[in-house]
Design a protein. Structure first.
Lengths: 381, 386
């Protein structure tokens, strides 16, 4: 009985070509577009020297001027693209957004940046670091040298020493490409779109919602077994569809999803289960038409994906700050977190926590859905 | 106006899912705008990050370094366990954790430089690099003072004094910081995605119903000519689009309040109106191509909406996209929409000019016209085939 219904469930889904095409095409097209858009996001285009206006004051000491010249020297190590200017000229350059900041170099070093160039914060931060470093080092050298001139060689040696003071501890195991999180969220969203198939499965088994449901409800077989078989078939099909997209991302687009393919597939399975079972549960509630239910499910899927950071990268962080419990029950966040922990952490503790969460959510949805359609009788249809 | 009436009868039947979509996307927009508002005051001075310091040395030098970081960033206390460290980085409670190992002060005084400190950061993050530079700069200055023969306390004090000098001044050439509120621009930035979703998911089921073979044939054999029918469908679509436009413009006024009343708002409203026309034209074009069912419709809407949004800079700033991507995005209207928004908000290098603005609006209008032409061409082809 189970296998019979399971087989027909698979056949039924295989024949909805429109659905198959789009559930596959959707993630493949979007993954390709993401790949095109984010291909260079983490690689960057190489460091481009920062256009900077420098206002040299008369009191500027020669060593500082030499340092600036070195920083602006064309070549691989060029940090700044310097334009020496008067204060008025420099301000007009900054106003016209031609430079990222104005360095005033005299006895002190100071920096002016434009509050209107909010898009240029990285360059502004680099300039701030540079100004602090120039100012601080110069102050330190001149003060220390004035105090003990005989130690000038040691002071200059300390200035020139370029040592790695600060070692990074790699608790994370691997480096994470920033663009990868978008792919994780896309996989999560694709898994959750299985909710529409879940809702259709639920509708197809209820006599008051579909013609097929009427036919099925007069069969002598056990309703629970039939429903479980159909849900299992939908989960399997969703799992295959998402797996194909994941294989495409990995093999064709070269998206680095980590070295443990088995765990990635386990995530896809758990995610597909969560998506389909959520849809099945929604399909079992009330008598609304399948159009309304699909509408609700797609809106919920989009909201879950939104909260896990598909549209705005920092959204998951914000949720974590204000409502951390939501990240533990949001299936999209759990799926993307599982993939994230696989890609970043060596230990699998966190991964299994997320996968466990997904399985619990799925089990609750299926049990609640099955309980709702249990022993339903219709006086008239 | 039979067809127009039928249009609204079908719309009435689809009201429930439409309300849900509108509610969900309005909520999303509200959150995005509020989040943007949180990050918005991200003028230069806001490079203050949530970080943690684990002091295993408990020395004077370690305390001074912690104090220095406390003056620049928000220090968040964490336990000195691997689990706590991992959790705080994993959930992004902190962006950076500095570990001051035992013997830090001694090593510093002996002039040792290698691995003086340890840190954990979000892998590859720019905030991590920023913090590293700041800390290394601090340590280097301490070492210069130490090389000059000063003791550790004096060296630390001297560095603290030097670094306390305010070095950076922020100049405002446009609005003063106090009166500047960019929420309105963030609100309009995300509208293209929402317009595409709401028009495809709201308008398409109605158009599919009206374009059904049987319905179409029934209408064709009536006294109404094809032109009248198409004009009424178009009128229905225009009214629906205007409704969506009014709802979201009103939402804008509701969320943003009086800051919405500013010179740029007229331009922003015009820009979004033209994009809305494109979204409506695109929906009609998609519906003319081939009818599909409800579940597939959502896939199409999201593929187009998300794809265009990511490629054109709705979700990711245009400045972060590579040049080839931006060159390709020029063939999509959302690029020109965002270009105008960035120009008005000052999010891009290009200063605002009416000429550039209207050129970009014109290009969006041309895309809409191309879609309408496509609708006519496809309808004609279909009619001829019949």
């Amino acid at each position: 009985m189970f296998l019979h219904c399971f087989g027909y469930g698979i056949k039924n889904l295989l024949r909805s070509r429109d659905y198959l095409f789009w559930s596959l095409g959707f993630s493949i097209i979007l993954a390709t577009l993401f790949h095109v858009a984010f291909g260079d996001l983490s690689k960057g285009e190489g460091f481009i020297p920062i256009p900077t206006a420098v206002v040299l004051e008369e009191s500027c000491p020669q060593p500082l001027k030499d340092v600036l010249d070195t920083l602006g020297e064309p070549g691989d190590g060029q940090l700044l693209e310097i334009q020496y200017a008067s204060q008025e000229e420099a301000e007009s350059l900054l106003k016209g957004k031609k430079v990222s900041g104005i360095l005033f170099v005299g006895e002190n070093v100071s920096l002016s940046v434009s509050g209107d160039m909010t898009y240029d914060k990285l360059n502004q931060s680099i300039l701030q670091s540079l100004a602090e470093s120039l100012h601080g080092s110069y102050e330190a050298v001149s003060e220390a040298a004035a105090r003990s001139p005989e130690k000038l060689p040691q002071i200059l040696a300390a200035l020139q020493k370029d040592a790695a003071h600060n070692q990074e501890i790699n608790y994370a195991g691997r480096n994470l490409d920033e663009g990868l999180t978008y792919f994780f969220n896309l996989i999560a969203m694709t898994c959750l779109t299985g909710s529409t198939a879940g809702a259709v499965t639920a509708a197809a088994s209820q006599a008051n919602l579909s013609e097929l449901g009427k036919r099925k409800s007069v069969t002598p077989g056990k309703k629970q077994v039939r429903i479980l078989a159909e849900v299992a078939a939908t989960i399997l099909m969703q799992f295959f569809a998402v797996s194909i997209s994941v294989v495409y991302m990995w093999a064709v687009l070269g998206v680095d999803l980590g070295s443990s393919a088995g765990y990635v597939l386990l995530t896809v399975l758990a995610g597909s289960m969560a998506g389909v079972s959520g849809g099945f549960f929604a399909g079992c509630i009330g008598k609304s038409s399948i159009h309304v239910k699909i509408g609700v499910l797609m809106a919920i899927t989009m909201l879950c994906s939104f909260f896990s950071g598909l549209m705005v990268g920092g959204m998951k962080l914000l949720v974590q700050r204000y409502a951390p419990w939501f990240n533990r029950i949001n299936p999209a966040a759990l799926i993307s977190d599982s993939l994230y922990s696989l890609a970043v952490y060596e230990s699998h503790t966190r991964f299994f926590q997320c996968i466990g969460g997904l399985f619990i959510i799925s089990a609750l949805f299926i049990l609640a859905g099955a309980a709702m359609v249990r022993r339903q009788r219709y006086a008239s249809l | 106006m039979q067809v127009f009436k039928a249009f609204y009868l079908i719309l009435k039947k689809h009201m429930k899912p439409l309300f849900i979509y509108t509610g969900a996307y309005a909520f999303m927009l509200l959150l995005i705008t509020q989040t943007a508002e949180d990050n918005m005051n991200s003028y230069f001075e806001s490079t203050s990050l949530d970080i943690s310091v684990i002091d295993r040395d408990r020395s004077q030098a370690a305390e001074a370094l912690t104090e220095y970081l406390d003056s620049r960033h928000n220090l968040i206390e964490i336990e000195d366990t691997k689990k706590d460290i991992q959790d705080h980085i994993y959930y992004r409670y902190v962006k950076y954790i500095l570990i001051i190992p035992e013997g830090f002060e001694n090593n510093l005084m002996q002039g040792k430089t290698e691995d003086l400190l340890q840190h954990v950061q979000i892998p590859g993050s720019s905030q991590g690099r920023f913090l590293n530079n700041q800390i290394e700069n601090y340590i280097k200055q301490v070492q210069i003072y130490l090389a000059g023969g000063q003791d550790i306390a004096a060296a630390m004090e001297a560095v603290q004094k030097t670094l306390a000098d305010p070095l950076v001044e922020t100049l405002y050439f446009g609005d003063k910081k106090e009166s500047r509120n960019d929420t309105v621009f963030y609100f309009f930035q995300y509208l293209p995605y929402i317009y595409i979703l709401l028009l495809v998911c709201g308008l398409a089921p109605i158009l599919f119903a009206l374009n059904k073979k049987e319905i179409q044939e029934r209408t064709l054999c009536s006294s109404m000519n094809l032109m009248q029918k198409n004009v009424q469908i178009l009128l229905g679509s225009v009214c629906y689009s205007i409704l969506i436009y009014i709802v979201f413009a009103a939402l804008g006024f509701l969320i943003i309040g009086k800051d919405m009343i500013r010179a740029e708002t007229v331009y922003l409203l015009l820009n979004s109106a033209v994009f809305l026309i494109f979204a409506a034209a695109m929906t009609i074009f998609l519906c003319t191509l081939s009818p599909v069912n409800d579940s597939v419709l959502n896939f199409i809407a999201n593929t187009v909406g998300l794809g265009m949004s990511f490629l054109c800079g709705v979700f990711v700033p245009q400045s972060l996209l590579s040049k080839p991507v931006l060159a390709a995005a020029k063939f999509l209207p959302a690029y020109w929409y965002i270009k105008n928004n960035n120009m008005l908000a000052g999010f891009s290098e290009e200063p605002f000019s009416r000429e550039s603005f209207f050129t970009a609006v014109g290009i969006q209008a041309l895309f809409a016209a191309a879609m309408f032409t496509g609708v006519l061409a496809v309808s004609k082809l279909k009619r001829q085939r019949r």
